[in-house]
Design a protein around this ligand. Structure first.
Ligand SMILES: Cc1ncc(COP(=O)(O)O)c(C=O)c1O
Length: 448
């Protein structure tokens, strides 16, 4: 696959110590993976302010899925900026917004044909929660432990991938119930069948002891948990969940914010299970970096929600939608979903070969280009090893490769290369990762 040709570094960024400048006025609240200052991006490389190139397998957390300064996306943005920037959601119709809704609908299975645009993943989740309550007339929302759905109050109410996302914010949205996710490796040592059985036992217990299914508006699930540690739900789990929702008139909401847009080797990660959710939330990759998100459902469902039951000022702004159209065209024209599947298989095979030689890696998992590599202090106990994981990530960056962690214990490296990553880049990244692992001492070793 071709990536855009590199250009010279913009001269204005060279040598700036942005971290020092930020210390004065930029919020100290935001967490960061790196204390590095970035100048620009070109193709699959990110450049720091000293002009050093890094192979970017982080992509702003699975956002710039076509890499940086992609010619088609950049041209679409420039063209739209020259025509119309202002959002037209309340004014009428803007061409890129209407066209993107149509294009997105063609990527979704029937009957999901109606798109509500917003600006962030959290907002898409908020919309799904509001829709579910209003349409069903029921209060209950069920979500899964270890899930991450965002930082706004509704989204945070169903988030439990880290106590820091919840601490000090109680009380959350009422009538939210968290239940067990089938975490096959961590909780069941790889026994998928048992993971599914136990997860449904917990759900049944919840229905019997706490909230009747007839009081539940929605079940919200990440088909592959993202922030919680790159944990794919077994397809059988999602299929049974679909049946449970059908039986009780509960809306099944798939959070595809991180796993969607081809990342898992299918356009939508729920496709691996052959199910159709009632509502799909998407964001991140949708506009390769511009703020845009969407909630999709059938038109009939949103008609029941009702006119002006929800709204937005910026959602579906024409510039982000023009970028979104270019992203979808590029995914289609270059068959990038298939590329994600093929490159993902190469990457997973390479990571498994490395794991076979290194007992600090307990598990390599995940579909397509959404792969988690879990570090443990001991394969038998599966005790999480966040220390080694963090050391490996920082050392990889020193060696010119950007990868990020995830997981409740920050002990999983998530591999999320761009969708148009090449075999050469996969090999380059695996080479760096292998060398770094050899150089990072085992946690607890002298000098570690
Ligand atoms: C699965 C999932 N849902 C929702 C969100 C929230 O998206 P945002 O940060 O754009 O609000 C995220 C963000 O990482 C996510 O991974």
């Amino acid at each position: 696959m071709d990536t855009p040709t590199p250009s010279a570094a913009p001269p204005d960024a060279a040598g700036l110590d942005l971290a020092a400048l930020a210390a004065a006025n930029l919020t100290p609240v935001l967490g960061r993976y790196f204390e590095r200052s970035w100048s620009h991006g070109e193709g699959h490389r990110l450049y720091d302010t000293a002009g050093r190139a890094y192979l970017d397998f982080a992509n702003g957390i699975a956002v710039s899925v076509l890499g940086h300064r992609h010619p088609r996306v950049t041209a679409a943005i420039h063209d739209q900026v020259d025509r119309l920037i202002a959002p037209m959601a309340a004014m009428g119709y803007a061409e890129p917004t209407v066209r993107l809704a149509r294009e997105l609908a063609t990527t979704l299975p029937a009957p999901l044909d109606s798109i509500f645009f917003m600006n962030s993943g959290s907002e898409a989740i908020e919309a799904a929660l509001k829709l579910a309550r209003r349409v069903t007339g029921r209060p209950g929302i069920i979500a899964f432990r270890g899930g991450f759905h965002g930082r706004t109050f509704g989204a945070a109410s169903i988030t439990s991938s880290n106590p820091n996302y919840r601490q000090g914010y109680e009380p959350f949205l009422p009538s939210v119930y968290l239940t067990a996710y089938p975490s096959v490796y961590r909780d069941f040592a790889g026994d998928e069948e048992r993971a599914v059985e136990v997860a449904f036992r917990h759900l049944r217990d919840l229905f019997h002891s706490t909230i009747s299914p007839e009081e539940v508006a929605a079940i919200v699930v990440e088909p592959v948990q993202g922030e919680g540690g790159y944990v794919p739900a077994p397809p059988a789990f999602l299929r049974i969940l679909r049946r449970v929702c059908d039986r009780h008139g509960i809306l099944l909401v798939a959070d595809e914010v991180q796993a969607g847009f081809g990342r898992t080797g299918r356009m939508w990660s729920f496709e691996h299970a052959g199910i159709v959710p009632d509502v799909v939330c998407m964001a991140k990759a949708i506009a390769n970096g511009l703020p845009l998100s969407a909630m999709a459902s059938s038109r009939a469902l949103q008609e029941r929600w009702g006119r002006s039951a929800h709204g937005t000022t910026y959602g579906g702004n024409p510039v982000a939608c023009a970028a979104g159209l270019a992203v979808l065209a590029e995914i289609r024209d270059r068959d990038l979903v298939a590329n994600a599947a093929a490159r993902g298989a190469e990457l997973a095979a390479g990571l498994r070969a490395i794991a076979a030689r290194d007992a600090r890696i307990g598990d390599v998992r995940g579909p397509g280009l959404m792969i988690g590599v879990e570090f443990v202090t001991d394969r038998a106990t599966r005790e999480p090893d966040g220390t080694t994981c963090e050391a490996v990530i920082q050392r990889c960056a020193d060696e010119g490769l950007l990868v990020l962690s995830c997981g409740v214990q920050h002990n999983v490296i998530r591999w999320i290369p761009p969708l148009d990553v090449t075999p050469e880049e996969i090999a380059e990244a695996l080479g760096i990762f292998g060398r770094v692992l050899a150089a990072v001492p085992a946690a607890g070793a002298a000098g570690a």
